[in-house]
Write a protein of this length. Structure first.
Length: 278
């Protein structure tokens, strides 16, 4: 992003306000996916007064729903600055390396060139001053939107449902876990699919969630309940796997069609599982 000025003017004691400092977080990794190692740099311009940096905090954060429907912003992990305590003399610039890794559970924000509705960003804060002497002052300095693509197996499964007519897609993030899985993360990402052609009269809309790791993903398919935010309160699911390495040769469209048949059978045998619990 472009340089952003820190909030508030910087003043020398007994003098008028001087040019405030500026900061810019620059991510150099071109393609972001879950599990990606991310690198970049943090550029700090001191402005008209010396800067004393006490600490730098970089957090990928996302907007998500809690179980009661409240919208919150929570961090998903931390990135690291190459140095945390240093001075930047007035009128000079300092560049600091930035590194981090996106978790495997990080939501993907884009698919097939379109945004899905996920609000994911890198939030950079610096702590100014000597905490023991001057009193530490935390200033939110920069927010950079992150665009994350799905991993191969996830992308291929979404393509497979596209082959079956489910071409409209949007998503959000929920502060809850996929129950009965090996998921470590505290969030899950439901992707809502719609068949705009109306060919799927049994399931014109679907909800699909992924429990993804370096090997592949477990796909959880169900009727949609976009306004229900607790995993166990949503309709029942059927699951099927997809591995990243099998994408070039596996018939995932047939696998997705079979999952739809299994879902219909599940709801036929247990009609209550087709309903969300309010």
């Amino acid at each position: 992003m472009a340089f952003r000025r820190l909030f508030g003017a910087v003043r020398d004691e007994g003098a008028e306000a001087v040019e405030p400092p500026e900061i810019d977080t620059r991510i150099s990794t071109l393609t972001l996916r879950p599990g990606t190692e991310v690198s970049g740099r943090l550029v700090i311009r001191a402005g008209g007064a010396d800067l004393r940096i006490a600490d730098i905090v970089l957090q990928p954060v996302a907007t998500m729903y809690r179980s009661d429907g409240e919208v919150i912003t929570d961090h998903l992990t931390y990135f690291h600055a190459g140095v945390s305590r240093f001075d930047v003399p007035a009128g000079t610039e300092r560049q600091v390396p930035v590194t981090g890794r996106l978790p495997w559970s990080v939501p993907f924000t884009d698919f097939a060139g379109r945004a899905l509705g996920i609000d994911l960003s890198l939030r950079t804060r610096i702590i100014l001053g000597d905490g023991a002497k001057d009193g530490a002052k935390t200033v939110l300095t920069d927010t950079d939107f992150l665009h994350v693509e799905p991993l191969p197996a996830v992308r291929a499964v979404l393509d497979a449902f596209g082959e079956l007519g489910y071409l409209e897609r949007y998503s959000h993030l929920v502060k809850d876990q996929i129950k009965g899985s090996e998921q470590i993360a505290e969030e899950f990402q439901p992707v809502f699919l719609t068949d705009p052609g109306g060919g799927r009269t049994d399931f014109p809309e679907l909800e699909l969630a992924f429990d993804t790791n370096p090997v592949g993903t477990i796909c959880h398919l169900r009727l949609p309940a976009p306004d229900v935010f607790t995993w166990d309160a949503k309709p029942g699911t059927v699951c099927f796997p997809a591995a990243h390495h099998e994408v070039p040769y596996a018939d995932l469209t047939a696998r997705a069609a079979r999952a739809l048949e299994d879902l219909a059978e599940l709801y036929r045998r247990s009609p209550k599982k087709a309903r969300a619990r309010r």
